[in-house]
Design a protein around this ligand. Sequence first.
Ligand SMILES: [Fe+2]
Length: 388
Amino acid sequence: MNHAFKNITLAVPEILFGLGVIEELGNRAKALGAANAMIITDEGVAAAGILSRVVGILEKSGVGYRVFDKVEKEPSVENVELAFKEASGASCRAIIGLGGGSSIDVSKMVAVLLKHGGNLRDYLGIEKVPGRGVPTILVPTTAGTGSEVSKYAIFDNRQAKTKLGAASGHLIADLAVVDPELTISMPPAVTAATGADAFIHAVEGYISTKATPLSDLLALEAVRIIYENLPAAFADGQNIPARYQMAYGSMLGGIVLNLASASASHALAYPIGSEYHVPHGVGCMLTFLEVMEYFAMADVPKFARMAQAMGVKTDGMSPRQAAQQAVEEMRKLVDYIEIPHKLSAINMDRNLIEPFAKSVVANQQRLLVNGPRKLNEKDIRTIYERSY
Ligand SMILES: [Fe+2]
């Protein structure tokens, strides 16, 4: 991809990254004027003891708070509305999002609704959010979505039978507190699913037609870091250096999304996620390898560089061989982390391939346009079929 004279817009929250930075949450919340904050989280985060740690930190700083812990896995529009109702009923004027991408995405939208009211459905789409929300701090407990730094929030729309997202600079939080310590309690399957999502952000962002020199710098580094560290974090959740690198790589992936966006694996995942409620990272992985097979020859130089970033010695290989080798390395990674990566693994009904392909064409052009190869409905059906 030729970058000549591309414009670059970089928007990210202020970021606090590192082991133990969560201890600064109370003072930072105070500085943002978060007098009565709503902590938006889920029951898993509470059960892991992370919520009580965060609550203790806020209490030490005298920050008042309420807790909403009913965020769904792969949250629906209705789930956001419920969180908003509780937050507005309690007169909350700040949001602390604590959890995986689900809690964080709900948090972003509730912050906007608290400030501007209106109907969430009107805000789905590109730049439809009316303005910034109330002060928002996002604290990830997984290393995957990168949502803590991104401008996206994605929800299941059960009427449309797909996931629909809001993309807006107004959704960028005031502060992201990324503490790798909070990711240690993730079980291996969650480490795999969320880590796969981060890896796909890095890869899809790197080969995106929206890529810029800045996004390339971050994306290729994220590919390298996640490829090197995801197996170790999967194999031993207590491996602090691997957890640290995964939190860092995932955050880079989130910045890459803002700069260059994801593409086809995400687009094809959304109808699957809406129908089968698989974790987002699994949904993306179900077609990822076939998407890569489809894309590799469309951008040989970038795939060859990804192969190098994943440790392949490409000397003596033709550019095409090197590009193909990138896909093989991705396959090895996916196999190692034991994540479902075939539609048969979730027993997907083959009769849904056709409506899903139609749904992707109708609803996910925002993502499809970024791939290095343009996919029509027939291509998408082929990818689903090869992924079975
Ligand atoms: Fe994702």
